[in-house]
Design a protein around this ligand. Structure first.
Ligand SMILES: [Mg+2]
Length: 368
């Protein structure tokens, strides 16, 4: 399985409406697709969605880095995933987003070559039931309450609410949503690092009785000491997201009891190879995890669903990014059922691919 050529394709999909988090709005998914071909004519496909405010990576940057990484892998044996991931990490620090697209393509290629769906290649089973949440953007409180109402009417089993402005406004937002939808449905919240310690403390105390499942990223990613203090006092479990890119980050947060839960994203860990290490550390620590994404298409979300099927301690699922996109360019892959269960079939590999007609609309960079 000698790597013969690699294609890097930057794509763009308009969102149905701006997706707003505390760091600002997103109007388009500007993702980068990586296709790794072997000499025998097979290929694996991966995708990443660089968020400049979270990764420090841009789409142009992922294309440039992707061309370098492609150069590095030509002629190598695609079966040696760990060796290739190590080589990539040795050559380029950071850049988790583009690394994830390469890792995803390598896993797709290897699972296809084994004739196995990716979840089975990762020793998972397809009996595990997975239901996605739906996310309410950070807007004015009455708009958020209306959106929440709409998503409840659509049948979503749990909602995720974007916060992280000021404690008092954010408490009002959750009160407005609870007034609209009642107290029963689980809500999870995500401040995307928008609060300082005092605001976070006030916000979480103010929401103690509002049935909040957990809170993602209350504080700046680097504020380990603040998170340790906050987590000890918080009535709501704290989930590490932007503070957990790597397995070392996971261990550092858990070693000082700074988080209760971890949000694993392939676009943060640099792909499946390293995400397994995070899930392992969490499992050893008795810590449950969520899987989440940036604005990947159904391709990236299908890969993530396969990964989630392989880990018992992954129990929360934030797989809604394709639902926010104005077009679905993916053939095959995960299916959203009426009750928002996310299901997979047994097609070998990720089992999803980009429609070639869609990819042909964009510039392709070929390295061989
Ligand atoms: Mg988050």
């Amino acid at each position: 399985m000698q790597i013969d050529k690699i294609e890097i394709i930057p794509i763009q999909i308009k969102l149905t409406e701006p997706f707003v988090i505390s760091k600002g709005p997103l109007t388009h998914a500007r993702n980068t697709v990586v296709k790794i071909y072997t000499k025998d004519g097979n290929y694996g496909i991966g995708e990443c969605c660089p968020y400049r405010t979270i990764h420090g990576e841009t789409q142009q940057g992922t294309v440039a880095a992707g061309k370098d990484l492609a150069q590095l892998l030509i002629g190598d044996d695609a079966r040696e995933i760990r060796k290739l991931v190590k080589k990539i990490d040795k050559t380029l620090a950071g850049n988790a987003s583009i690394k994830a697209a390469f890792d995803m393509a390598l896993y797709d290629l290897n699972a296809k070559a084994s004739g196995l769906p990716l979840y089975r290649y990762l020793q998972g089973d397809n009996d595990k039931k997975i239901y996605t949440d739906m996310t309410v953007s950070l807007l004015e409180k009455s708009k958020m309450a209306r959106k929440a109402r709409q998503f409840v009417d659509d049948g979503f089993p749990v909602l995720k609410v974007k916060l992280g402005e000021t404690a008092s406004k954010d408490i009002e937002r959750i009160i407005a949503i609870r007034k609209e939808i009642g107290m029963e449905l689980d809500l999870r919240i995500d401040a995307n690092q928008g609060w300082n310690y005092y605001e976070a403390s006030q916000a979480l105390d103010g929401m103690a009785e509002l049935n909040i499942q957990h809170c993602e990223a209350p504080l700046a990613a680097g504020d380990f000491i603040g998170r340790e203090k906050l987590r000890a006092e918080s009535p709501i479990p704290i989930m590490g997201d932007e503070s957990v890119f790597s397995h070392q980050d996971a261990y550092r947060n858990l070693a000082i009891d700074a988080i209760d839960l971890i949000n694993i994203k392939l676009g943060k860990s640099g792909g499946i190879c390293h995400a397994m290490k995070i899930a392992s550390i969490a499992q050893a620590a008795g810590v449950y995890c969520q899987v989440g994404s940036f604005s990947e298409t159904r391709l990236g979300i299908t890969a993530l669903t396969h990964f989630a099927k392989a880990w018992d301690n992954i129990i929360y699922y934030d797989l809604d990014s394709p639902l926010m996109q104005s077009e679905d360019p993916i053939l095959g892959g995960m299916v959203y059922q009426k009750d928002w269960e996310v299901t997979l079939d047994d097609t070998p590999g990720i089992g999803a691919d980009f429609d070639p007609l869609f990819l042909n609309k964009f510039e392709k960079y070929l390295v061989e």
